[in-house]
Design a protein around this ligand. Structure first.
Ligand code: ADP
Ligand code: MG
Length: 675
C-alpha cells in the first residue's frame, strides 16, 4: 500500500503492553458487581418488591407499574452509587450490533432546581424511532413508532456512566424488529414442547432450559496499521494485497504463548466481563497470526447471547485502550483462517437433568437417546433453514473454505453414538440401553461405553457436531448475533418434539409399555436420519458435495439463494405454528437480509474501485516516475550498454514470471474477493 509506511510498522512493533488496573479483590468477589443481580436486588429492594420481581423473572408475566416504580427507584440508588448519570434501553436491532440511546436522570424538581429521577414507566417501556433501523418495510418513516420493552430475565447492567436495560424491540403493530424477541419465543416453544416429553421420564419437570456456550474468535490488529488500510476500516477486511510470506504454514500460533500486549488486553476484557457477570473461562491463540478466542462457561441461551453482545462491545472498547482494533469479520485476510463463533448448545431440565448427556440408568439413557434422535431429526428436516440462519455476506467467505464448516448442514455423531443408533434398529424395542465399562461388554445389549462420556471424538469439518453432552453448531460466524441460529435451532427442535409426543401418545394408546412406545416411535426416525443428515466423514471433500446432494441435503452455496428457505412453506409452517414469526415478519426479515447482503457487497465494490484510483494507480505512477528518473540517470552516467537493461521491457517481464510471490500479488490485485 502506498501509505503503509515502514515507520508505522516499526512503531507498532515497538509498542509495549499497557498496564492493567487489576482490582484488589479476587474475581469471585467482584463478579457481577456491575449487574443488578439477585444479591443487589436484595440489598436495594424491599422484600415484597424483590419477591414480585423474582416471580416475574422465573415465571414470566408482566410487572405491575407500581412495583416497576419501586424497582426503578432501587436500581437508581444502586446505579448512582456507581457514578451512573444516564440510562438507556439496550436492544439488538437487525444490524448485527446493539443499539442504545442515553437519557440522563436529570429532571426539573419544579421548585427551581434539578433532581435525579428514574420512574417505573421509563424502566419498562420506551419509544425509539423504528424507521431508522432495518425493518424490511414494516416501519415506514410516516408510521415510525416502535417500542422497546424491558426483558427482566436478562439483568440490567452498568457500562461506564450508563445504566443499560436489556429490552426487546417491537413495532407499534407488534412485529418483532430485533433478535431477542423471536429468540425468547423460540426458547419458550422448546420448553413447552420438551416438558411433556421429559414428563414421560420424570413427572416433576416443569421447565426445560436451552443452554448456549459460545466461543468467540477474533483478530487483533495494531490501530496504526489498521488506520493504514481504508478497506479494513470500512469493510472489516482487506480487499487487496498479497499474503504474508509467513502466515500459518508452521502451525505455530494455535495455543502458542500469548503476546504480552494481547495478554494485557485479555486481562482487561476479563476484569470488565467478570464485573458484568460474564463467566469467562477460556482464552487462547487461534490458528491464524493475531487470531484469538475467548469463551465463557455456558449459560441459559437468552442471557448467554446478551452476554456475547455485551462482551463484543467491551472488547471493541478495551482494544482501543491497548492500541488495538478488534476484528469480528469472518474473513479479514485471505489465505489464513477466518473467525467463527461455535455455538455449543444443549437442553436441560429444571430438575437438573442434562438431556443431551447419557443418563445414570437405562431410563436416563432412553431419555438421552430420545432427545438426541429428535434433535437430529429436526436438523435433518430444517438443514437448509439452519444454513440460512447462519448465512451472511461476511460468513460466505468462511463457509466452505478449508478451515470452516462446508456449506452443507450435516451432523457428526462419532463412532459410539453411531453404533448405538445402528444397534437400536436391530434389537427388540424393550432392550435397555446400558452404560458399559471402558470397552463395552457383551453382544445383544445396547451399550454406551463409559469412556465416551468424557472423551468423544472430534471432527472439525462438521458444522453440527455431537461432543458428548451437547451439539456444537460450528457454522455460526464470528460477527453474527447467535440469536439467529439459536432461534432456528430451538424452533426446529420444538416442532420435532411436539410431533414426537403425538406419535408416542398414539403408541401408548395402543396399549404398549412406555419404553416400547418410545422406541417404536424412535426407530423409524433413526432409520431415516442415520444415512441422511448423519455424516462422520470429511465434510471438505468433493465426494461429500455429491453424496449430500444425493441424500437430499441442501447444497446451495449462494447466500442470497440460501435466504429463500426462510420463506419456504415448511419454514413458514414451523415458525407460525410455534408463534415465533408471522409470515409478514419472515418476509420482512428476508428483505433485511437481502438488503444488508447487497449493501455490503456494494460497499466493498466501491471501496475496491476507490483504492485502485486513490492508492494503487497513484503509487504505480509514482513508481513509474522513479523508474524514468532512474533511466535518465543511467543515461547520464553510463551511455550505451547499461541503459538497455533498464529500458528493455522483456527483462522485466521475465523477472516477474520467475517470481511466484509477484505473480500471486498480481492475482490478488485484480481480484475483489482476494482480501
Ligand atoms: P473447544 O474445545 O470446543 O474449543 P471450549 O472450551 O473453547 O471448547 O468451549 C466449549 C464451550 O462449550 C464452553 O463455552 C462450554 O462452557 C460450553 N459447554 C460445555 N458443556 C455444555 C453444555 N452441556 N451445553 C452447552 N454448552 C456447553
Ligand atoms: Mg474453543
Amino acid at each position: 500500500m502506498s501509505n503503509l509506511r515502514f515507520d508505522v510498522v516499526q512503531d507498532a512493533f515497538k509498542k509495549k503492553a499497557a498496564t492493567v488496573q487489576t482490582p484488589k479483590e479476587r474475581p469471585s468477589e467482584y463478579f457481577g458487581s456491575l449487574v443488578f443481580n439477585r444479591s443487589n436486588m436484595r440489598k436495594y429492594l424491599d422484600v415484597d418488591t424483590f419477591n414480585q420481581l423474582v416471580e416475574c423473572i422465573d415465571k414470566g408475566g408482566s410487572l405491575d407499574l407500581a412495583i416497576a416504580d419501586k424497582v426503578a427507584a432501587g436500581m437508581k440508588t444502586w446505579a448512582m452509587e456507581h457514578g451512573v448519570t444516564h440510562v438507556t434501553h439496550w436492544f439488538q436491532p437487525l444490524t448485527e450490533g446493539t443499539a442504545e440511546k442515553h437519557d440522563s436522570f436529570m429532571e426539573y424538581d419544579h421548585k427551581g432546581g434539578m433532581i435525579e429521577a428514574f420512574e417505573g414507566k421509563s424502566l419498562v417501556q420506551q419509544e425509539p424511532d423504528a424507521s431508522s433501523f432495518p425493518s424490511g418495510g414494516i416501519r415506514a418513516t410516516f408510521e415510525a413508532r416502535g417500542y422497546t420493552a424491558w426483558d427482566p430475565t436478562s439483568p440490567v447492567f452498568i457500562e461506564d456512566d450508563t445504566l443499560c436495560i436489556p429490552t426487546v424491540f417491537i413495532s407499534y403493530t407488534g412485529e418483532a424488529l430485533d433478535y431477542k424477541t423471536p429468540l425468547k419465543k423460540a426458547l419458550k416453544a422448546v420448553s413447552d414442547a420438551a416438558v411433556p416429553v421429559c414428563r414421560l421420564f420424570d413427572p416433576k419437570v416443569e421447565k426445560v432450559f436451552s443452554y448456549l456456550g459460545w466461543e468467540q474468535e477474533y483478530f487483533l490488529v495494531d490501530e496504526d496499521l489498521f488506520a493504514a488500510r481504508p478497506d479494513l476500516m470500512l469493510t472489516g477486511r482487506t480487499l487487496m494485497g498479497h499474503s504474508s510470506s509467513k502466515n500459518q504454514q508452521l502451525d505455530d500460533h494455535y495455543f502458542g504463548a500469548i503476546p504480552s500486549r494481547v495478554a494485557a488486553f485479555m486481562r482487561d476484557v476479563e476484569i470488565a466481563g467478570y464485573k458484568l457477570g460474564i463467566p469467562l473461562k477460556t482464552r487462547h491463540n487461534e490458528v491464524a497470526p493475531n487470531q484469538f478466542e475467548l469463551a465463557p462457561i455456558y449459560g441459559e441461551t437468552n442471557l448467554a447471547n446478551d452476554q456475547n453482545q455485551m462482551i463484543m462491545n467491551v472488547m471493541t472498547r478495551i482494544a482501543r485502550k491497548h492500541g488495538f482494533v478488534v476484528l469480528f469479520h469472518e474473513k479479514p485476510f485471505d489465505g489464513i483462517n477466518g473467525s467463527g463463533k461455535h455455538n455449543n448448545w444443549s437442553l436441560g431440565t429444571d430438575t437438573g437433568t442434562q438431556l443431551l448427556a447419557p443418563g445414570k440408568d437405562a431410563k436416563g439413557n432412553l431419555q438421552f437417546v430420545t432427545f438426541f434422535v429428535n434433535v437430529l431429526a429436526a436438523v435433518q428436516k430444517h438443514n437448509a433453514l439452519l444454513k440460512a440462519s447462519i448465512a451472511s455476506a461476511t460468513n460466505a467467505h468462511r463457509l466452505g473454505a478449508n478451515e470452516a464448516p462446508p456449506a452443507i448442514v450435516s451432523a457428526f455423531l462419532g463412532q459410539t453414538m453411531t453404533d448405538v443408533l445402528r444397534k437400536l434398529l436391530t434389537v427388540p424395542s424393550d432392550t435397555p440401553i446400558e452404560i458399559a465399562g471402558k470397552k463395552g461388554k457383551s453382544v445383544g445389549l445396547v451399550e454406551i461405553p463409559q469412556i465416551f462420556i468424557d472423551n468423544t471424538d472430534r471432527n472439525r469439518t462438521s458444522p453440527f457436531a455431537f461432543t458428548g453432552n451437547r451439539f456444537e453448531f460450528r457454522a455460526v460466524g464470528s460477527s453474527a448475533n447467535c440469536a439467529s441460529a439459536m432461534t432456528t435451532l430451538n424452533a426446529a427442535v420444538a416442532e420435532q418434539l411436539l410431533d414426537f409426543k403425538v406419535a408416542v401418545d398414539k403408541e401408548l394408546a395402543a396399549g404398549k409399555a412406555l419404553n416400547v412406545a418410545i422406541m417404536d416411535t424412535l426407530k423409524p426416525i433413526i432409520a431415516s436420519i442415520i444415512d441422511t443428515v448423519c455424516f462422520d466423514g470429511n465434510g471438505y471433500s468433493e465426494a461429500w458435495q455429491k453424496e449430500a446432494k444425493r441424500r437430499g441435503l441442501d447444497t446451495e452455496t449462494s447466500v442470497p439463494k440460501m435466504f429463500k428457505s426462510f420463506t419456504e412453506k415448511q419454514s413458514v409452517e414451523l415458525f407460525t405454528r410455534l408463534g415465533i414469526y408471522s409470515e409478514k415478519e419472515l418476509e420482512a426479515r428476508n428483505d433485511v437480509k437481502w438488503e444488508t447482503y447487497t449493501k455490503k457487497v456494494q460497499i466493498e465494490a466501491r471501496m475496491t474501485a476507490r483504492m485502485a484510483t486513490n492508492h494503487i494507480i497513484p503509487a504505480g505512477l509514482e513508481y513509474q516516475r522513479r523508474l524514468l528518473e532512474n533511466v535518465d540517470l543511467m543515461r547520464q552516467n553510463f551511455a550505451g550498454d547499461a541503459e538497455g537493461f533498464q529500458t528493455d521491457w522483456r527483462h522485466r517481464q521475465q523477472g516477474q514470471g520467475d517470481e511466484p510471490g509477484l505473480r500471486e500479488s498480481q492475482r490478488h490485485c485484480g481480484h475483489l474477493r482476494a482480501g
